[in-house]
Design a protein around this ligand. Sequence first.
Ligand code: F6R
Length: 605
Amino acid sequence: MCGIVGYIGKRDVAPLLLEGLQRLEYRGYDSAGIVITSPKASGLKMVKAKGRVRDLEAKVPKRFAGTTGIAHTRWATHGAPSDENAHPHLDAEGKVAVVHNGIIDNATELRAKLVADGVEFLSETDTEVLVHLVARSQAVTLEEKVREALRHVEGTYGVAVMHADFSDRIVVARNGSPVVLGIGEKEMFVASDIAALVSHTRQIVTLEDGEMATLKADDFRTYTTEGSRTTATPTTVEWEAESYDMGGHDTYMHKEISEQADAVDRVLRGRIDDRFSTVHLGGLNLDAREARGIRRVKILGCGTSYHAGMIGAQLIEELARIPADAEPASEFRYRNPVVDPDTLYVAVSQSGETYDVLAAVQELKRKGARVLGVVNVVGSAIAREADGGMYVHAGPEVCVVSTKCFTNTVVAFALLALHLGRIRDLSVSDGKRLIEGLRKLPAQIAEILKTEDEIKKIAEEYAGAQSMMFIGRVRGYPVALEASLKLKEISYIHAEAYPASELKHGPLALIEPALPTVAIVPDDELLEKNRAALEEIKARSGRILAVAHREQEKADHTIVVPKNETELDPILMGIPLQLLAYHTALAMGRDIDKPRNLAKSVTVE
Ligand code: F6R
């Protein structure tokens, strides 16, 4: 999704902004641009390019000096990827420059009015209306001009504005699209993602929706879009700049898969309470009496986070005996759901910025519901909007497709389920059993990762498949869903996921030698039923890859994973399938970290 980075200070701005854009590349984009100035310069200098940041860098002239600038990576929504549609956008006089993330819903209407007034548009973007509105404003200060322009705009924005007549400042505003300020020594940064800031400063301020800020080299102030001052309390980012580097791996996806043993160790750290065989989750803001009053749990998330939520719902239902289910947040928010005061709502999001999840949270809050967030990015919009919650502490996830965050989110749900369970009817001995299981996870993950070469060989065999089927039963079904999503996202092989119990009700018709099936076959109470499904597939000459706790004789290949407590098995069974997707995509020569059409955090509808 689009990325913004900006700087004002004393340093040469262009290399700084280009480096910032590179750090945002992982979000997915199709074009990039940069505009700069300096207190002594007579105007703005701009370069834009369709393609990669390196294409933009190649177009930047040798003499391109400046100390203030804003830059952008665009992910096309209005108008195809092109030099013209890339941001920044300038007004006719070349005095106002705007970069924008989000969508202006009433852009067509605004454009028609501006065109009727004689404004000539140079791009097809929704953003350009904002440039002309700022340029035409009669207000005296840049802040007022931007405020006046934003008053006409309906939709979402994270926006940064420069003006040649006000070269001592950058004005930024946020509504629905992240804007983070970075505080340096006599310099200020702005970005849509802390990834672009952490190599320069760890002191950040996250703007709230409806907030604006003026950045000058030696100070900044924040205020509402109505103009009243707000208090901005800087926070320190924990993540190191190095966590955004590839660290010797060929792709971020590989790096992040490999980090999972440490990541899981982090989500557990400091939370286990052996004395009471439970876990401490201080951030939930939910006391024991309130926890006992919960009658239902509803988990909301999108994509991979939704799948993690499905496993979370099963864990909560199984361990805490509270009816629980998960639903895509993108669906929930559009179906006028009944919001029940005794239901605990849990919003799951790696980025904490996914618009559909945020909108669902806001709708729930408006209706008086209690919402917890299970989020990776500290201080993100969903984390701030929720009444409480837990961070999953996976560390930064750069690859577009989620792996370590999925695993850590599921572990976080196991902690939540154990916590709720021990407040209700889960026995001390079951609490102890599960804690022991949780503690075993990092070592077991490391064991699974050692089987990578074997998984690679299997993946190379499946790389030519047109389509693949993934099946699992109960705890295995969300694992199958997530594994099929991973495969399609990065290899572009068509994949279907079904509950194994549903095979006979339709999808069995698809089974033939050319359609391999990946079956999740844990050693649990459903083992025999799962084996029967394998028989059915084999009887139709289907090829089978089983992920199981022991060799499956009906399968052509079995990836054996270590056994844990039955409730925790899904956490481990997904990991070899991340590697399967990875090596299948690699064998097919795909751009693994930047799959086509996808963006890391989907901050638009
Ligand atoms: C898939 C993937 C996406 C995200 C989804 C939600 O690999 O990463 O499906 O899970 O877009 O994103 P978050 O978790 O940031 O809300």
